[in-house]
Structure formats: structure tokens, C-alpha cells
Design a protein around this ligand. Structure first.
Ligand SMILES: Cc1cc2nc3c(=O)[nH]c(=O)nc-3n(C[C@H](O)[C@H](O)[C@H](O)COP(=O)(O)OP(=O)(O)OC[C@H]3O[C@@H](n4cnc5c(N)ncnc54)[C@H](O)[C@@H]3O)c2cc1C
Length: 798
């Protein structure tokens, strides 16, 4: 009897990223194909809460929830199943702009996660509270039919599949999050949304997007110099205080950029005491060269039989711009394309699943059109039209009284023109709140003369230009009858899913540690310049994952380094990666490096950083090898965030204060020293001067209590290390072996341990007798000199 489509196993879909786009895609797909697809979503910002449910991590789990408010267009939302439309705007359903609704992104994420829950409980969708990474078994072995990169601007999936990103340049901005409580004094009451819209559309320096006027985000476009000045200043202040006080002249002086922020708040009448976060934003405006790709996996080692899987990029992973309203369309387009392919299989009664990129050419075309329409025709029209000239002119002429009068009148006229245009529109949602001239004049009078000049000179939002041409609609490429959406299933698997979540959380809590081996060639300027930028003290890099970099200078040394460190770098929780230039010596290239590394540790992810990309094609036949000349790709590979649109920012001393993110505290190294401080005061002082945080426990048992009680916090720290004595004679001769056993029992096996002793060799032979566990013994490092202790604490494991 021949097989029919019903015998086909469910389509295996892996999604990296459970942000707005990943969840929208998963929901649309599961509601179209039901149990014909098994969907697994990986999301590193989730955790399992006390009642066993997947939830968004909050401050306690080291995550700062996103405070931005986004505008979602009606024509996009109307394409979603009714279930999502209603569920998404369940709590907040506010029309601020004529054909869209404003909603905090945190709310979008909460609602979508709630909405997917019944599908997870029914076993159609698996929610995994972890990041997908280069060494995840799924990726390495190709255990999927489709992998979808919905993992945001620094997409792992695009890197893994070696998709080239095209950068359109950097964009600089500053986000100011605020939260004005109910029942404040009349003078602190926020402006009406109608007025916010008019003030926003009239110029391109400031933009307010808020939910009910009270909770929102003031976006300020900056030029590069302003961005640099702001970042440097905030970092300096943050080094001396926890929360920045906007009303304190030292924290927030009358410098050009602080003035711009203060004035933005004035213009929109946002009391500074209700500001809770300032986020300098730097965005690499870029898009992928391809949005889909075929991946070939060898089914059996040594045999020439291959399996084809497909990769797709959607959302910010596919294209990244500051205000990007199109990304949900991509999620729906891809879900519908997959639905069509599965339906075709049904109609053709296929014997075996064989996915081909040819089934998705429409998706590639749809993405291309969307990029042209939304990125080039809409967002880039504003973002690549810098405000620099308006700013320059304003600084040089605003103080002249004649000019000021002109700017003042000009700005008022501009505001009135915008008001008249918006209020005339039939669908203007604030008809019952007409804005009078006095309200516009009052906004102008709230700001100083240079800002009046800048706002008058800055172009208004080119809404007409941006609206020209027809929208790229999902339904044009993928018409869909809404009755095709399946009903929400009744949960059948609550017990087993709960169990599963609990087990995966253990993996999730063990923080990833990236160990990078960098083959450094003395005459490779490109690599060396990048290394310098990373190693520079006080470098303004935002580290998002713990990393350690080790440098070697030849392929032979790569080999011996791997032999020496194999037991450490193959441990769970350690992500081992390699960076190499293309040319190593006259007769050796990165291909030789790949062979050497992979013969020792298969599947190691490798980046070739070179400006001779055209020569590297031979190396790219190896999976999980990427070649790039973009330093941001390398940053992301290491664990450094380059696009900071979701950066934690700088908390302020606000009345409506959000909780502090422990993440910012994780950037420094903390050393637990199991000894009394008096034993080596000089070394301790030296380490503190170098910014190392020291915690002393005089005895082994007090250190044991400390580690057990703080295991969760230690896992979240950027870098945590232990220094111990050779032996704790008064405590049953406890020593470094016992420290390691203790760490293992607390799932902290990646923490480095150094013994500081008078005689290294004697201690080594003593510990060899004490324990036969060779693995444990190789993890112990030894020092008998201060410089070695300092190198351990400040640098890396030798
Ligand atoms: C200030 C501001 C205003 C904006 N305004 C608007 C607006 O008005 N309208 C609008 O539509 N859009 C707006 N946007 C853009 C919009 O917020 C983004 O386009 C949207 O968040 C993109 O969603 P995403 O799911 O693709 O990416 P993200 O939201 O970045 O989500 C990616 C997810 O993937 C996870 N992840 C990353 N790596 C991995 C991995 N390896 N494994 C597993 N998970 C991973 C991340 O934790 C994250 O949750 C705005 C953005 C900003 C910053």
C-alpha cells in the first residue's frame, strides 16, 4: 500500500526568538496547520515561573522589560485570526493615530505569550526558555525541516546560515521612557494625545509614542557627536551613582546634549521627575541579502545522501530600522506560504516530504517588495535624511534676534498647518478634542531659542511621501479565507508540559559562557585593529554574554591549545568558537584552521574575519562557518551587542521607578577569595584598583554557605572567579578539589578556580594523591606569585 500524506510526520519547525514576530509567526502557523507542524520556539528572555509556566524574565531574572510603545497598523492586524486581534488589544485598545493603535511592546509580548499557551498545552507548540545557539543539537544535526530566524537584529540564524547583511549606515537616537501616574497635580498632567501627534509630525527631531499619554517613550534623533557625548557622560555619572537625577546639575548639566533631552521633555510637557530610563540608541540599519536559503545536511557520515532543510529570516533579523511597522506582515506571509506548501502535499498525496526553496520564491519576492516599500520608501526617507544641517544652522543663527523671530513664527505656522491637515482627516481619532492655537503657542514657548530654531528648520515627517504608492499587503500575495484558521485547541497535555518546562529551566539558568580562540597573525591589520577595540580599557561595548578570548599565533598552537583545554571547552554551558583571518601564512589559509579545529571538536562555529571575502568561498562549504568584513558580525559572534535598540539604558531617579536591572551590574568581575584579607592586603588593594570586586570568606565552610545561597546570582554575573588556599588544615584539609565539587553540586561548573600557594609543585602532587578525578584536577589553576593572581582575576584562564 502506498503512503499517503497523512502518514507524513509533522513538519518540524524551529523558531529562534519568541519576540513579537516569532510569536506572531508561530501563532499564525499553528492556527493554519494545527498538528501537521510541530513548532518549537526558543527564547532566551523566558523562564519558568514558580507555577511552572513559561513567562518573561523580569528584573529578578536579570531582564529589563522593554518600555517602548509601538504603533500597529490596522491593515496589518486585520490579517490576523480573530483570536489574535481580540487577544492582543484586550487590555489596551487605544487609537492615537488615524489608522493604527498604540500599545507598549511589553504588552504585545505578554499578550502573545498568553495567546500561544493553549497551543503549547496541547502539544502543538513547544516553548523552550533558552537561546538557540550555534552548537544546539537541532542546528548541528539538522533535526528540522524549517528553521526560522526571528531572533532580532543580531540574528544567530542569519550568521549560522552565512547570510550577508547589507548595512545602510548607522542611526543614532536617544529614548527617554516615562511613566506619569494617575492623580498627579494639574501642572504635571500630560498633554492630550492629539497634541502629542501634532507636535511629533511637524518636525523630525523629537517623536513621542505613548500609551494613554501617561506611559511612553520620547525618541530623540541625534547626530553622532551628540550620541557620543551622551553615552560618555551617562557612563561617567553611572560610575559614581546608581540612578541619574535629571534635576541635579552634575548628573545632568546644561551641556548641549542634556539640554536637547531636557528641552524635548519640555516641548511635550513631560515632567522630568517621571522619567525612568534614558537609552542611547545606535542602530546599524541593515537588511539581509537573502531571506530564505536551502541547507543541506548529510544524513549518514561517509555516505552521499543529503537532507534538505530550509531557513527563513523574518522581523528585525531580516531587516532592521528604528521604526519598523512591517515585520508582522512577514510573519503572516511566511506562515501562509508554509500552509500552502502543506496543503499542496495533501492534494498531491506525496510519499515523502521534500522541501524546496522553489516553493518559497513568492516569499522571497514578498520580502524584497516589503523592503523596498517599508525600508527604502518609508523609514530610510527619514532616517537617512540627517538633521545635521538643521542643527548646525540653528546653532549659528538662533541667537540673532531677527532670526529668532522668524524661527518662532515659522514653528508656530508649521504646527498650525499640521494641526489643520490632521484635524481635517475623516479618520482623525481626536475629533472631540480640537487643538487651539494657544496650545501650540504654549508648546513653542516652553523651549529655548536654539530648539525653536532646530524644530523650525528640521523637516516635518514626510508622511505624504511615505504614503505614496500602494502598501505591500500580505493578502495580495497570499489571499486567505479567515475560515481556514483552526479553532483554539483544548489542552490535552498539561502535566507533561509542566514537567518539561521545569527540566529545561535548569539548562536556562546556567549562563552561557563563550570561549573564543582567536588566531592572531601579527601582520593582519584588520584583525589586530578589531582586537584592540575589544581589549581597550573602558571600551564602550555592551557585553550581553560572558566571554573569554584566548589568542594564539599559529595553527600548531591552535592544535596544542585545543589539546590542553579540550576538557574545559567541551563542558556543557561552554560555547567554544573560533575567529581567524583568511591568510595565515603563505601556504595556509582559514581552511587549514577549520580542518585543525574541527578534527578536534566537530561543529565548532568559526568566523573568518577578512577583507578578502571573495576568496573564502571554498571555506564556506563547511557548515557553521561565516566569512565577514563587518566588525559588528564579529562583535555579535563573541557576545557583544552592537545594535543597542533594546539596550537596558540608564535608570534615573524617578518617582515611578522601574526595578534596577542586575544585568548592568554583571559587567564587572567578582572574585570570591577564600582566605582572610590580611594575608595579602597589597594584592587585594591592587585588584580593587583594577575594578575587581572582592568578596572574602575566611573559612571554607563560610564560602560554602555563600556559594549555596548565591548560586543563582553567581550564574547571572558577567564574570565570577574563585581564589582559594592550598589547603584549609583546620577544616579537614579541604582544598581546591572540594571547592570544585561544591561548584559542581551547585551547577556552577564553569567557574574558574585558582589556588594561591607557596609551592605549586608540592600542592599539585598533594592534590593528585587527594583525588583520582583527573577531570577535576585539570580544572585547578595554580599561582605562587602576585602577578599570576592578578592575571587570573583580570584576564583569563591560562
Ligand atoms: C523605540 C522603538 C520604537 C518602535 N516603534 C515601532 C512602531 O511604532 N511600530 C512597529 O511596528 N515597530 C516599531 N518598532 C520596531 C519593533 O519594535 C521591532 O521591529 C520588533 O520588536 C521586531 O520584533 P522581532 O520579534 O523581529 O525582534 P525582537 O523584538 O528583537 O525579538 C527577537 C527575540 O529573539 C530573542 N533572541 C535573540 N537571539 C536569540 C537566540 N539565539 N535564540 C533564541 N531567542 C533569541 C530575543 O530575546 C528577542 O526576544 C520600534 C522599535 C523601537 C526600538
Amino acid at each position: 500500500m502506498s503512503r499517503t500524506n497523512t502518514d507524513l510526520p509533522p513538519l518540524k519547525v524551529i523558531i529562534a526568538g519568541g519576540g513579537p514576530v516569532g510569536l506572531t509567526f508561530a501563532l499564525n502557523l499553528t492556527m493554519l496547520v494545527g498538528n501537521k507542524a510541530k513548532i518549537t520556539i526558543y527564547e532566551g528572555r523566558w523562564y519558568v515561573n514558580q507555577s511552572g509556566k513559561i513567562s518573561w524574565k523580569g528584573a529578578d531574572q536579570g531582564n529589563f522589560r522593554r518600555s517602548q510603545v509601538v504603533t500597529l497598523q490596522d491593515h496589518v492586524i486585520s490579517q490576523m485570526p480573530d483570536y489574535i486581534q481580540k487577544g492582543l488589544f484586550k487590555e489596551i485598545n487605544e487609537r492615537v493615530w488615524p489608522t493604527s493603535r498604540n500599545i507598549p511592546i511589553e504588552e504585545v509580548e505578554d499578550r502573545l505569550l498568553d495567546l500561544i499557551q493553549p497551543f503549547a498545552d496541547s502539544g502543538w507548540v513547544d516553548l523552550i526558555p533558552e537561546n538557540l545557539h550555534e552548537q544546539s543539537v537541532y542546528l548541528v544535526k539538522g533535526q528540522f525541516d524549517i528553521v526560522v530566524g526571528a531572533d532580532g537584529a543580531n540574528s544567530l540564524v542569519s550568521r549560522y546560515c552565512n547570510i550577508q547583511m547589507v548595512s545602510q549606515g548607522m542611526e543614532y537616537a536617544c529614548g527617554v521612557a516615562y511613566n506619569i501616574p494617575e492623580n498627579v497635580a494639574a501642572t504635571d498632567e500630560p498633554l492630550h494625545q492629539a497634541l502629542n501627534c501634532i507636535l511629533t509630525v511637524s518636525q523630525t527631531r523629537y517623536l513621542v509614542n505613548s500609551s494613554t499619554s501617561r506611559r511612553g517613550y520620547l525618541n530623540i534623533r541625534l547626530i553622532k557627536d551628540e550620541y557620543d557625548e551622551l553615552t560618555e557622560h551617562l557612563r561617567d555619572i553611572k560610575a559614581t551613582t546608581t540612578n541619574i537625577d535629571l534635576d541635579n546639575n552634575i548628573h545632568f548639566p546644561h551641556s548641549p546634549v542634556c539640554t536637547i533631552i531636557r528641552q524635548g521633555l519640555q516641548f511635550f510637557k513631560i515632567p522630568s521627575k517621571y522619567v525612568n530610563l534614558i537609552v542611547p540608541i545606535q542602530i546599524n540599519v541593515r537588511h539581509a541579502m537573502d531571506f530564505s536559503r536551502e541547507l543541506s545536511y548529510q544524513i549518514e557520515a561517509g555516505k552521499k545522501t543529503f537532507k534538505t532543510s530550509l531557513m527563513f529570516l523574518i522581523g528585525d533579523a531580516a531587516m532592521n530600522v528604528h521604526f519598523w511597522p512591517g515585520s508582522m506582515k512577514e510573519a503572516m506571509a511566511l506562515a501562509r506560504n508554509i500552509f500552502e506548501v502543506i496543503t499542496n502535499e495533501t492534494e498531491r498525496s506525496v510519499q515523502e516530504r521534500s522541501l524546496s526553496i522553489n516553493d518559497f520564491v513568492e516569499f522571497e519576492g514578498f520580502m524584497g517588495k516589503l523592503r523596498a516599500r517599508e525600508q527604502q520608501g518609508r523609514s530610510l526617507r527619514v532616517t537617512l535624511n540627517p538633521i545635521d544641517s538643521a542643527i548646525d544652522e540653528a546653532y549659528s543663527t538662533a541667537h540673532l534676534s531677527k532670526c529668532f523671530k522668524t524661527y518662532n513664527t515659522g514653528l508656530k505656522t508649521k504646527l498650525q498647518a499640521t494641526r489643520n491637515r490632521l484635524q481635517q482627516r475623516d479618520e482623525w481619532p481626536h475629533k472631540n478634542h480640537p487643538i487651539i492655537d494657544a496650545e501650540l503657542d504654549s508648546a513653542v514657548s516652553r523651549v529655548i531659542h536654539t530648539i525653536v530654531a532646530q524644530l523650525n528648520l528640521a523637516l516635518p515627517w514626510p508622511t505624504r511621501e511615505m504614503g505614496r504608492g500602494s502598501e505591500v499587503l500580505v493578502e495580495k500575495t497570499y489571499p486567505l479565507d479567515h475560515s481556514k484558521y483552526l479553532p483554539v485547541p483544548t489542552p490535552t497535555l498539561p502535566k507533561s508540559t509542566e514537567q518539561k518546562h521545569v527540566t529545561t529551566t535548569l539548562v536556562n539558568l546556567a549562563e552561557e559562557r563563550n570561549v573564543i580562540l582567536w588566531l592572531k597573525s601579527s601582520n593582519d591589520v584588520l584583525n589586530n585593529t578589531l582586537i584592540e577595540s575589544i581589549e581597550k580599557p573602558n571600551t564602550p561595548l555592551r557585553v550581553v554574554r560572558r566571554y573569554e578570548i584566548y589568542y594564539v599565533d599559529s595553527i600548531e598552537n591552535v592544535k596544542s591549545w585545543l589539546e590542553q583545554h579540550k576538557s574545559v571547552i567541551t563542558k556543557s554551558g561552554v560555547l567554544f568558537k573560533v575567529i581567524t583571518p583568511w591568510y595565515i601564512t603563505e601556504d595556509k589559509t582559514a581552511v587549514d584552521v577549520i580542518r585543525t579545529v574541527r578534527s578536534s571538536i566537530a561543529h565548532t562555529p568559526i568566523v573568518i574575519y577578512t577583507n578578502r571575502r571573495e576568496e573564502t568561498n571554498g571555506a564556506l562549504q563547511f557548515p557553521n562557518v561565516m566569512s565577514t568584513d563587518d566588525m559588528y558580525d564579529v562583535y555579535e559572534f563573541i557576545g557583544i551587542d552592537s545594535g543597542t535598540q533594546w539596550a537596558d539604558g540608564f535608570a534615573t531617579k524617578s518617582i515611578a521607578q522601574p526595578p534596577q536591572s542586575p544585568r548592568s551590574e554583571r559587567q564587572s568581575t567578582c572574585v570570591l577569595w577564600i582566605d582572610t584579607e590580611d594575608n595579602d592586603i597589597e594584592t587585594a588593594d591592587k585588584l580593587r584598583q583594577m575594578g575587581i570586586e572582592l568578596k572574602f570568606c575566611a573559612r571554607f565552610d563560610s564560602a560554602e554557605d555563600y556559594i549555596k545561597q548565591n548560586a543563582d546570582n553567581i550564574r547571572r554575573m558577567f564574570s565570577f572567579k574563585i581564589i582559594c588556599r592550598g589547603c584549609y588544615h583546620s577544616e579537614n584539609n579541604k582544598n581546591a578539589v572540594d571547592v570544585l565539587k561544591l561548584l559542581d553540586s551547585c551547577k556552577l561548573e564553569s567557574i574558574p578556580v585558582l589556588t594561591y600557594t607557596l609551592d605549586k609543585e608540592k600542592l599539585k602532587s598533594h592534590l593528585k594523591q587527594y583525588s583520582r578525578d583527573a577531570d577535576l584536577l585539570t580544572r585547578i589553576q595554580y599561582a605562587d606569585e602576585r602577578r599570576e593572581v592578578i592575571a587570573f582575576a583580570t584576564h583569563k584562564i591560562e
